[in-house]
Design a protein around this ligand. Structure first.
Ligand code: FAD
Length: 404
């Protein structure tokens, strides 16, 4: 049997590792469009961008690791067509037959057309090469304008401010991360960045982007105000890379649709990572998660299911970020209905935890700089806990979670 993986990210790497861990000794082929073996993207906006680590340190395993496991690693080879009826795919170098397939094509940054067409210096951050180039551009005294106050935008803002740059962040909403964390916690992130000199422009629309005579960039906002900088960084989210799956006829809706076992509409094809829109059996709804942990863990479950395990993917979404001295971990998911209440415990200016409650249950929880808290927080998600007790730092989270 030949198992083929399309996509060269962590979901792909984790899947091929698990196939061998499970004792499968048939053919495994991995096609990755990038020149590098699969790598971790989180450091690209953190330690690598801060110059604390070399870009190559993000590579999960070198080529020898794949060789040892007898995995055929086809780097720099984008799969251009997928013929499911013939169980064959096409790359620029030829065709390749498979018996079972994993689609792990990930996601790509959403573009800001006005910026792309401006001729001004514009950066996006997705790949190792993007990070290397951006790191070189973040210099002391540099004027960096960032569009988008999501996770990527904020992490770039932190790296640019730490490098000594003058940073302006433009955001359509009235606070950073508002949709994800709500106003109370969003204020904490806004204050953190302001304390490092970051200038936010909220409720702002980018009307126009032009190049300046001195090779800089000029943004005009909807209210007529103008911001000039040396570099524009666009961090306005990602889109799942579904072009190949769409042409192949797989069922799609905001990603490749899968059942609870990550199987797609074709019984020989599974999907994992940023591209997969998964029917989550615990959350009871569809969700496409753009997180590192999900890519790794879905890769493993998909691999077992490629070997007929029939296992549901039940793990809750988990996410982390590092900005300045703030380290945060978040677990759970607030659904489209939103949340009723946020409960904070601890010192919002230092070490604290936050919980999002809805329908009488904990939908999600996070901690800041309290690294032992993530296990009890995970155990609490889905539970019904008295908000008064939850917000009382005198009662240990482990006690509330029954993990102590
Ligand atoms: P990807 O990483 O997107 O990999 C897919 C790969 O497949 C790409 O290399 C692509 O070139 C290749 N590919 C696509 N189409 C084809 C094709 N047709 N043929 C061959 N190859 C193809 N998550 C967190 O939880 N915490 C963080 O702190 C965090 N920080 C991040 C920082 C940055 C800068 C970025 C970009 C992401 C961050 N993430 C973070 C998100 C996390 O990295 C992603 O969720 C994860 O990379 C998804 O892995 P993936 O394998 O599904 O897809």
């Amino acid at each position: 049997m030949n198992i083929t993986v399309v996509g060269g990210g962590l979901a792909a790497a984790s899947a091929v590792e698990e196939l061998r861990e499970q004792g499968y000794d048939g053919d495994v082929t991995l096609f990755g469009a990038e020149a590098y073996p699969p790598y971790h993207r989180p450091p690209l906006s953190k330690a690598v961008l801060l110059g604390e680590k070399e870009p190559e340190s993000a590579i999960a395993h070198d080529a020898g690791w794949y060789e040892e496991r007898n995995v055929e690693l086809r780097l720099g080879e984008e799969v251009t067509e997928l013929d499911l009826a013939a169980a064959r795919l096409t790359t620029p170098t030829g065709t390749h037959g498979f018996d079972r397939l994993l689609v792990a094509t990930g996601a790509a940054p959403r573009r800001l057309d006005a910026a792309d067409h401006s001729g001004a210096p514009v950066a996006y951050l997705r790949t190792l090469d993007d990070s290397r180039a951006l790191r070189a551009a973040l210099v002391d005294g540099g004027r960096v304008v960032i569009v988008g106050a999501g996770w990527i935008g904020l992490e770039v803002a932190a790296a640019a401010a730490t490098a000594g740059g003058t940073v302006t962040v433009v955001e359509t909403a009235s606070l950073p991360l508002l949709r994800v964390v709500g106003a109370r916690v969003a204020e904490i992130f806004a204050d953190l960045h302001r304390s490092h000199g970051v200038d936010f422009r909220f409720d702002a629309q980018v009307e126009d982007v032009t190049a300046t005579a001195d090779r800089g960039v000029r943004l005009t906002l909807g209210d007529g105000s103008v911001i000039e900088g040396d570099l524009l960084v666009v961090g306005v989210g990602v889109e799942p890379r579904t072009g190949l799956a769409e042409r192949a006829g797989l069922a799609l809706d905001n990603g490749v649709l899968t059942d609870a076992t990550l199987r797609t509409s074709d019984p020989r094809v599974w999907a994992a990572g940023d591209v997969a829109n998964h029917q989550h059996p615990v959350l009871g709804r569809r969700i496409r998660v753009e997180h590192w942990d999900t890519a790794i863990e879905q890769g493993k479950v998909a691999a077992r299911n490629l070997l007929d395990a029939g296992e549901e993917y039940r793990r809750l979404p988990y996410f982390f970020t590092d900005q300045y001295d703030l380290g945060m971990e978040y677990v759970g998911s607030v659904g489209p209905e939103g949340f009723d209440e946020v409960v904070l415990r601890g010192d919002p200016g230092g070490t604290f935890a936050a919980f999002w409650l809805g329908g009488g249950r904990i939908l999600a929880g996070m901690h800041v700089n309290d690294w032992d808290a993530i296990d009890p927080i995970r155990a609490l998600v889905g539970e019904s806990v008295d908000p008064g007790k939850l917000g009382d730092p005198g009662i240990a989270l482990a006690e509330l979670a029954g993990t102590k």
